[in-house]
Design a binder for this molecule. Structure first.
Ligand code: SAM
Length: 289
């Protein structure tokens, strides 16, 4: 039985200092999705002694969880160097609290132009990265190159087409969420990347072993004091300048819609969201990828 308590305490401590942490929104999201992320751990192929690459690691939650689960060497890569500084500080706090002999280190790097030694990793994971990429095919090829023959890829991401809400969002929240999605598409991201992941990995020369839909359903009383409402607002405010710069909504329009959403009466709502997990493997015969 893996003890995640030291990880939870370290992330809670960082969250308490949130004002001082860059990427505070991502941190809040990382902590809020802990239970859902942990449901993935049993399906990720992992063996003691492996070298693991975590692409788009963020604050490194998955990197630390894998290193707590088995004795592994994890390298977390991200383009956001400020977030990596915080992730490295978490790593210092967690020394001696992971599986004995595990190491986790963080390096700046771009998953779309991956610079790691070919065939040097046993496992590459990417959680909630591909939705942000303008060149997901390039990232899939980078993963294929980084893996040793027989090495595994575990890629997990959103697919907004695989969800349902009742009652439907409507009103200011629907306009805001559409604006957020349009902004993500404007820089090449894709909120329906989930269904494309297995094709991307197969086209990069990997053999797809399994595709799974990971559903999440909850009933919420959406209203003042609801943490999910606070998180939705924080996410929209963090994207405010980007949405305005892309000409989707002006900053004033966005602020007014957020205020209208915050002032809307409490609502009982069921939200069903699904994400897609793909396990793929580099063929044992060392093919050129
Ligand atoms: C939604 S977060 C996911 C973080 C983490 N994987 C998790 O599960 O909590 C996406 C991360 O991908 C990073 N990212 C975006 N584009 C990237 C790229 N081209 N290369 C590496 N990291 C990237 C972002 O900086 C951010 O930290």
């Amino acid at each position: 039985m893996v003890d995640y308590q030291p990880l939870d305490a370290a992330f809670a401590g960082l969250l308490a200092e949130q004002a001082a942490v860059p990427g505070g929104m991502l941190l809040a999201q990382t902590v809020a999705t802990t239970a859902v992320r942990r449901r993935l751990l049993p399906i990720i192929p992992l063996r003691a002694g492996w070298r693991v690459l975590d692409l788009g690691t963020g604050f490194g939650p998955l990197a630390f969880e894998l290193a707590a689960t088995a004795t592994v060497e994890v390298v977390g890569i991200d383009t956001d160097e400020d977030v990596l500084v915080a992730a490295s500080a978490l790593g210092v706090k967690l020394q001696g609290r992971l599986a004995p002999g595990s190491t986790v280190r963080f390096e700046p790097g771009d998953a779309e132009a991956l610079e790691v030694a070919p065939a040097s990793f046993d496992l590459a994971v990417a959680r909630l990265l591909f939705q942000h990429l303008a060149n997901p095919a390039g990232a899939a090829r980078g993963i294929a190159r980084a893996l040793r023959p027989g090495g595994y890829a575990f890629v997990f991401d959103v697919d907004d087409g695989l969800g349902a809400t009742y009652p439907r969002l409507g009103g200011p929240l629907e306009i805001l969420e559409d604006a957020f999605d349009a902004w993500q598409s404007s820089y090449g991201g894709d909120r329906q990347i989930g269904r494309k992941l297995s094709s991307l990995l197969a086209s990069a020369g990997l053999s797809v072993e399994a595709v799974a839909v990971v559903p999440e359903a909850e009933h919420r009383r959406e209203g003042p004091g609801d943490p999910s409402r606070a998180l939705a607002v924080a996410r929209l405010r963090a994207a405010r300048d980007g949405i305005a710069a892309a000409g989707i909504l002006t900053a004033d329009e966005l602020d007014r819609l957020v205020e209208a959403y915050l002032a809307s009466p409490p609502l009982e709502r069921c939200r069903i969201e699904s994400q897609v997990a793909v396990i793929a493997r580099r063929p044992l015969a060392a093919t050129e990828v």
